[in-house]
Design a protein around this ligand. Structure first.
Ligand code: C2E
Ligand code: C2E
Ligand code: C2E
Length: 91
């Protein structure tokens, strides 16, 4: 397998995120805002997040990490390469 392959960078597109209706994206919008606040990183168009944060967000959304990742890719918030972060997780 590809165990030596580094995980993809999880980079949230904050502009796209702000355009998703809050009834869907609200929890992620609040999570990202919290990370920005903790870092003091307020002016970015993108936000790099931890691999662990994707797992935490999956719990928040009550979905598997791979289903959540597909949703975020569908919103344009994550790059398609993010799939590699979760491809060995479910099953
Ligand atoms: P912490 O986890 O104790 O990290 C302390 C500092 O170590 C961070 O300060 C940052 O300068 C550095 N650091 C830790 N992990 C990384 C990393 O993967 N990459 C880089 N470039 N630096 C890292 P900072 O950025 O001011 O963050 C303060 C606190 O805010 C962190 O304390 C953590 O509790 C929280 N935080 C910040 N960003 C994230 C995030 O993306 N996810 C989560 N779960 N927490 C975060
Ligand atoms: P990169 O990781 O490909 O990021 C490219 C640019 O995307 C960054 O340019 C920055 O404008 C934006 N960006 C990515 N993640 C964030 C984020 O969480 N917050 C904000 N506000 N902007 C973000 P920048 O800052 O000139 O960095 C250029 C390159 O320097 C980065 O390319 C990366 O290779 C390296 N770099 C910068 N900061 C870090 C860091 O904390 N950790 C590591 N390992 N590399 C870093
Ligand atoms: P990065 O800064 O290029 O870090 C890549 C990976 O190196 C991180 O993946 C993490 O596994 C490890 N790493 C880097 N710095 C530290 C550290 O201080 N402590 C520990 N325990 N591990 C560290 P990860 O966690 O998936 O984070 C992905 C990216 O998210 C980071 O890329 C960085 O751009 C951003 N990030 C994560 N946490 C923080 C943070 O606390 N503060 C800031 N400013 N950026 C963070």
């Amino acid at each position: 397998g590809g165990a030596a392959e580094p995980p993809p960078k999880l980079v949230l597109d904050l502009e796209r995120l702000s355009q998703v209706p809050p009834d869907k994206a609200g929890p992620l919008q609040r999570y990202a805002a919290t990370i920005q606040s903790q870092r003091g990183d307020y002016n970015g168009k993108v936000l790099s997040i931890r691999q662990d944060d994707l797992r935490t967000l999956a719990v928040i959304y009550d979905q598997s990490p791979s289903v959540l990742t597909e949703q975020l890719i569908g919103w344009g918030v994550l790059d398609a390469d993010a799939r590699r972060a979760v491809q060995h997780e479910d099953g």
